[in-house]
Design a protein around this ligand. Structure first.
Ligand code: NAD
Length: 469
């Protein structure tokens, strides 16, 4: 049974919890499930560790983050296999996630936050400081447990904060194993990792000793967190749902771009916040691109990610699986299924890669986020009109424009309202590049220097000089 890391100790609880393997619904592993009492202990441990951690130098924090990154790299095989067990994802996707986690930690390790001199004049000297906030509660979803924990641990620690990490109830294995691997590397209480339910997470959000909430998850939960954080005016970073539009301009080379569009729509069986969820294709190439993408979707069966031949795994949990099946049923009424569309009999939460043509805005699977392997392909004829349609969504996480003419595509990208717009690519993540949110896709920024600043208290020291002194 995997244990919780609280105050440097690995703790069991009286509530063992089975984690379900979505491939066959057998037990993938067991964790010591924690509750509100353990959440309180974890917050107290993080609070106790804060004073000494904030006093460390950037070099000391860097060494700790590099040691965590090394622990992940040294155990990449085991962590990858655990990810496969709790998510069913293919080996390549699991390894990619492990690698991404180390990249984000390595980037954070290199950062320093020196005071900036804003003015140094005969009468005054004004300095801007970036100080740590205190205890960070990191609340993580199930679709990328390790990466989304690492991308919070890195900036939180390098800025001098301590942290309590809570993975999603259905995917605690890899994160708790990380806790075991780093228990002797990280000073006690600086990182605490506990497996707990939504109530314990909500308790952390409202806890008076938590200064900041770093949350990745659904927009619905994001709203609850924002409301619960209001009385304490806590600092928030909310990375929420997305409904990324990809716009294919008429000059695009259908055969050349189809594999990339397919890959960026169905990566991790569509369970990614920023994959293509609405594909707008110009009338002149609509039928040809539908044929190409449907052909690829039909050619890739879904299966057990532990099988090296499998490239697309199941839906991670039963509730999400049932939700995705409901969306597919609705899609049958709203459009024309050109690949997939039929539930797969037997154990496991498998949904075939599903492509829906002859569908438009206003349909549920276009306007909402199914968060599964369903791609609606929408016809358009006028570029101005399609920009307006893409922008009409309440979501604004990512988006992309595809064309043989990079300048033309960039001009369209500049008119789209989302945190990130990619040109001739999608969901290209880089720890040094900020990943902002907009509209109801969240609040604030993760990644890059901007994402690091979100873990700091911006403070001005304004000093009178000369006669005033
Ligand atoms: P979720 O909101 O159901 O759960 C996420 C986490 O929040 C879990 O750890 C859960 O225990 C916790 N939680 C639930 N209720 C809570 C409450 N009241 N207070 C505090 N914490 C609470 O999300 P999910 O279903 O696990 O993840 C899928 C969603 O995450 C999708 O909408 C997806 O788009 C989004 N997502 C966004 C990003 C991004 O960077 N913007 C990345 C990945 C996933």
């Amino acid at each position: 049974m995997l244990r919780n890391l609280i105050g440097g100790a690995l703790l069991e609880t009286e509530t063992p919890m089975d984690v379900i393997n979505p491939v066959d619904e057998t037990v993938a592993g067991q964790v010591a499930f924690a509750g509100i009492a353990e959440m309180d202990q974890a917050v107290a441990a993080a609070k106790a560790a804060f004073a000494s951690w904030r006093a460390t130098s950037f070099a000391e924090r860097k060494a700790v983050l590099q040691a965590i990154s090394k622990a992940i790299s040294d155990n990449a095989e085991e962590l990858g296999q655990l990810l496969i067990k709790e998510t069913g994802r293919p080996i390549g996707v699991a390894q990619f996630e492990v690698q991404l986690a180390t990249q984000f930690l390595d980037y954070a390790a290199e950062q320093v936050l020196e005071p900036e001199i804003l003015f140094d004049e005969p009468t005054r000297r004004v300095e801007a400081h970036r100080n740590p906030l205190g205890v960070v509660a990191a609340i993580v979803p199930w679709n990328a447990p390790l990466y989304l924990a690492a991308n919070k641990i890195g900036p939180a620690l390098i800025a001098g904060n301590t942290i309590v990490v809570k993975p999603a109830p259905t995917t605690p294995l890899t994160t708790l194993r990380l806790g075991e691997l780093i228990a002797d590397i990280v000073p006690a209480g600086v990182i605490n990792i506990i497996s707990a339910d939504n109530d314990a997470a909500a308790h952390a959000v409202a806890h008076e000793d938590v200064a900041k909430i770093a949350f990745t998850g659904s927009t619905e939960t994001g709203r609850k967190i924002m409301a619960a954080a209001a009385p304490g005016l806590k600092k928030l970073t909310l990375e929420l749902g997305g409904n990324d539009a990809a716009i294919v301009l008429p000059d695009a080379d259908v055969k050349a771009i189809a594999p990339a569009l397919f890959g960026f729509a169905f990566f991790n069986s569509g369970q990614v916040c920023a994959v293509i969820k609405r594909l707008y294709v110009h009338d002149s190439i609509y039928d040809a691109l539908c044929t190409e993408i449907a052909g690829m979707a039909s050619a890739f069966p879904v299966g057990d990610g532990a099988d090296p031949a499998v490239q697309f795994g199941p839906i991670q949990n039963k509730a999400q699986y049932e939700k995705v099946l409901r969306y597919i049923d609705i899609a049958k009424q709203e459009g024309r299924i050109i690949a997939g569309g039929e539930a797969i009999e037997g154990a496991g939460y498998f949904v075939p890669l599903t492509v829906v043509a002859d569908i438009s805005d206003g349909a549920k699977i276009v306007d909402e986020e199914p968060f599964g392997p369903i791609l609606p392909i929408i016809r358009y004829s006028d570029v101005d009109e399609v920009i307006a349609r893409a922008n009409a969504s309440p979501f604004g996480l990512g988006g992309s424009v595809w064309s043989a003419d990079v300048e033309a595509a960039t001009a369209v990208a500049n008119r789209l309202d989302s945190g990130t717009i990619w040109v001739n690519q999608h969901c290209a993540l880089d720890p040094a590049v900020p990943f902002p949110t907009s509209k109801q896709s969240g609040l604030g920024v993760e990644g890059g220097r901007e994402g690091l600043y979100a873990y700091t208290n911006y403070k001005i020291v304004n000093i009178a000089k000369g006669d005033a002194a």
